[in-house]
Design a protein around this ligand. Structure first.
Ligand code: FES
Ligand code: FES
Length: 165
């Protein structure tokens, strides 16, 4: 029997910090974040691309980290929820989720917020339809979706007004 393919070294800039680690062939970005780098905000819900709870940003774009082989994004920039806050202050999207009761158990919340971060980076003044479309791959099992949409609209208004009051 042939030997298994070797692990390989991957280097990423994660939340502004260069990180280097070994990954087995086809190891997912989600597994690398959680098990190699100790960043557990991205959640393994379905593990097959259906729930959005593992959403993070790769080079500014929202991706499902459970589906992405980390070796294919060597040298990329990754942002997770751990890197979103501004020092000790929540960013506008986090604050709007908190204030707007857009989270209950919180399992889906990191993925929701990262999808919202990607949306507001690309479209700072989204309409409600834009928000609903951007969030359609993120499943929540305990809130209604309305508070989530409202929170993202609120965060967009806060950012347009110059930030958290
Ligand atoms: S865990 Fe990645 S989409 Fe569900
Ligand atoms: S807040 Fe519980 S799954 Fe969304």
């Amino acid at each position: 029997m042939p030997p298994p393919p070797p692990a390989r070294v991957v280097t990423l800039v994660v939340n502004g910090r260069q990180r280097e680690f070994l990954t087995p062939p086809c190891g997912s970005l989600l597994t690398a974040l959680r098990e190699k780098l100790g960043l557990t905000s991205a959640k393994r819900g379905c593990g097959q691309g259906s729930c959005g709870s593992c959403t993070v940003l790769v080079d500014g774009k929202a991706v499902l980290s459970c589906l992405l082989a980390v070796e294919t994004i060597d040298a990329s920039t990754v942002e997770t929820l751990e890197g979103v806050a501004k020092g000790n202050d929540l960013d506008e999207i986090q604050q709007a989720f908190l204030d707007g009761f857009a989270t209950q158990c919180g399992f889906c919340t990191p993925g929701m917020i990262m999808a919202a971060e990607a949306l507001l980076s690309a479209e700072p003044e989204p309409g409600r339809a834009d928000v609903m479309e951007a969030m359609c791959g993120n499943v929540c099992r305990c809130t209604g979706y309305q508070p989530i949409v409202e929170a993202i609209m609120t965060a967009a208004r806060l950012r347009a007004a110059g930030g958290t009051p």
